[in-house]
Design a protein around this ligand. Sequence first.
Ligand code: 9UX
Length: 72
Amino acid sequence: VTEQVDLDVFGMTCAACSSRIEKVLNKQDGVKQATVNLATENASVQYNPGIIDMDDLIVKIQKMGYDAKPKE
Ligand code: 9UX
């Protein structure tokens, strides 16, 4: 099972921010593919909901000093 979520990411100011978040998300168990776009402030994540959920992804981003919320 793979779910896909788009998150609004807040606080990214340079390209290193987005690649840093992308790297951390891609390291998580259960994350299949994470792409973070600085210009659109979007994080697109495909993940296995049996291993990790959207709240875990958001907490990870917040622990790095950014904020995120699900895109409606
Ligand atoms: Mo450059 Mo992005 O210091 O936090 S990595 S602004």
